[in-house]
Design a protein around this ligand. Structure first.
Ligand SMILES: [Zn+2]
Length: 91
C-alpha cells in the first residue's frame, strides 16, 4: 500500500513540478523585457475586462441627475424631492 501512496503522490506532484518548471523556464527565457511585456499584457487584459463589464459608477452616471436647488445634492431627475434635504425638485 505504501508503494501505491508514493505512486499517487508522484502522480500529483509531477504535473505541478512540470507546470512550475515550465513557467519558471519561460519567465527565465523571456528576460526582463518579457516580464515587462507580460505585466503590460496582464494590466491591459484587466483594463479591457473592466471596460467590457462596465463600472457601476459609469452606469450610475448614465442616469439623468439634477442638482437640488436648496442643498446642491445630486438627485435622480425624476425624483419628486431631494433625497438629502427633502426640498421639492419639481418646479
Ligand atoms: Zn436638497
Amino acid at each position: 500500500m505504501s508503494a501505491l501512496r508514493e505512486l499517487l503522490k508522484a502522480a500529483i506532484a509531477l504535473p505541478i513540478v512540470l507546470v512550475v518548471g515550465f513557467v519558471a523556464y519561460v519567465l527565465f527565457v523571456m528576460g526582463p523585457i518579457g516580464w515587462i511585456g507580460l505585466a503590460v499584457l496582464t494590466f491591459g487584459v484587466a483594463w479591457l475586462y473592466g471596460e467590457w463589464t462596465g463600472d457601476p459608477r459609469d452606469r450610475d452616471a448614465a442616469v439623468d441627475r439634477v442638482s437640488c436647488p436648496e442643498c446642491g445634492a445630486r438627485n435622480e431627475a425624476d425624483a419628486p424631492g431631494c433625497d438629502y434635504c427633502g426640498a421639492s425638485l419639481v418646479d
